[in-house]
Design a binder for this molecule. Structure first.
Ligand code: UD1
Ligand code: UDP
Length: 365
């Protein structure tokens, strides 16, 4: 009899992470994966495009939860995931990262005594005002298999008294993804030509974190700084729908000619935008790391990061959006970044292989 793995995904970065793990699962005849999409992200450019491009099997179930307040969204997911797990009776639930979909999957599964594998376990910002921090802590404490991407993540878990035999240092599945799809992107994406971007002569920016989008002051500072720096070097910004909504809410709609705001792009286009940028300015967890994978300097528009090794190595600088001049000056300094030592913090590019091996050793009889 096959071992049945139910995988919960719901938000953009989870489709990217799941793509490499799903591919590995398929290599095992005795493992069967059922993909459950919560519907947390639902626009074509936030969801479907990734299934099309990354050849992830289309979800077996879409719960169509959609957007909502933190508790409302998580609660609706919890109810539907529980019903589905009761029906499917999987041997294992796989969850990724730190979104509300992760939290709902963890809670539903833990209460039904279905073991959980948490991929990207052990990340901490130590800032409990972030919804993601709560999600991570709960997910880690519900899980049986904690797949940690870095040694720092392992240490964080040990510091929370999580039993060592549950913790596995596997490397980061996003690094696997970056290597695998990086090559494909080189041959398939033409976005830099289409947008007339000159190699190594533009800034790529993304903004979507709640503490930036829902705080009028932070949002204004970040976008004003981008407008100002764009008179020196073009800025290209694929806009998250959350940020779009909040820019409209505060009435900010004139960005000049050199801050180019575009719709969210697919992963293959995003990789080209990242690889060819002179600098990346972001509040995204995934984009910070991809900057490093492709050896592009980065500034993080936040007060802290979970990926501390990037900051310690000097490739990433934390730039809290406290005032416009400060952000502009920090961007200017980082434009003069000098290449430095490069270490492989995130494994060998086969984290997905390690993860599926751990699962198969435990479950396949
Ligand atoms: C979520 C995750 C965040 C992750 C991000 C990845 C939580 C708490 N947050 O944040 O950790 O970094 O996904 O992108 O789970 N919207 C649309 N169309 C969509 C999706 C969202 O218009 O397809 C808009 C809606 O107005 C929605 C808002 O974006 O209210 C926020 O979406 P939501 O999924 O709640 O949070 P994200 O900010 O995307
Ligand atoms: N991404 C993408 N298109 C975009 C913006 C981001 O494909 O327009 C990818 C990006 O390359 C990374 C992931 O989405 O792999 C990061 O997702 P996001 O920034 O939404 O979330 P976070 O990583 O902060 O949770």
């Amino acid at each position: 009899m096959s071992t049945v793995i139910a995988t919960i995904v719901g938000a953009r970065p989870q489709f990217i992470k799941a793509s490499v793990v799903s591919k590995k699962i398929k290599e095992y005849a005795d493992l069967k994966e059922i993909i459950i999409h919560t519907g947390q992200h639902y626009d074509y450019g936030m969801s479907e495009v990734f299934f099309d491009e990354l050849e992830i099997p289309h979800p077996d179930y879409n719960l169509n939860i959609g957007s909502g307040k933190q508790g409302e969204q998580t609660g609706k997911m919890l109810e539907k995931i529980e019903s589905l797990l009761l029906e499917l009776k999987p041997d294992l639930l796989v969850i990724y990262g730190d979104t509300n979909s992760t939290l709902a999957g963890a809670l539903a599964s833990a209460k039904l005594h279905i073991p959980i594998a948490h991929i990207e376990a052990g990340l901490r910002s130590f800032n409990k005002k972030m919804p993601e921090e709560i999600n991570r802590i709960v997910a880690d404490h519900c899980a049986e298999f904690l797949m940690a991407p870095t040694q720092t993540a392992v240490n964080n878990l040990k510091n929370e008294a999580i039993s060592e035999n549950k913790i596995f240092l596997t490397g980061d599945v996003m690094y696997d993804s970056a290597l695998f799809f990086g090559k494909l992107s080189d041959t398939k994406s033409t976005i830099c030509n289409t947008l007339n971007l000159e190699n190594n002569n533009y800034i790529l920016a993304t903004v979507h974190r709640q503490e930036n989008t829902d705080d009028n002051e932070n949002l204004r500072i970040i976008f004003s700084a981008f407008i100002e720096i764009s008179s020196q070097i073009p800025v290209i910004l694929p806009l998250h729908p959350r940020t779009k909504k909040n820019l409209q809410r505060i009435g900010m709609n004139d960005f000049g000619n050199n801050l180019k705001i575009i719709d969210p792009v697919g992963y293959l286009d995003m990789i080209q935008l990242e690889k060819n940028a002179k600098l990346i300015a972001t509040d995204s967890g995934g984009v910070q790391k991809e900057a490093y994978f492709y050896k592009v300097p980065c500034i993080s528009l936040r007060t802290e990061t979970e990926w501390v090794e990037l900051v310690e190595s000097g490739w990433n600088k934390i730039v809290p959006p406290k005032d416009i001049n400060f952000v502009v000056e920090e961007i200017r300094k980082s434009l003069n970044f000098v290449q430095r030592d490069y270490q492989y913090f995130y494994g060998k590019g086969d984290a997905a292989g390690e993860i599926v091996e751990i699962i198969s050793n435990r479950f396949i009889k």
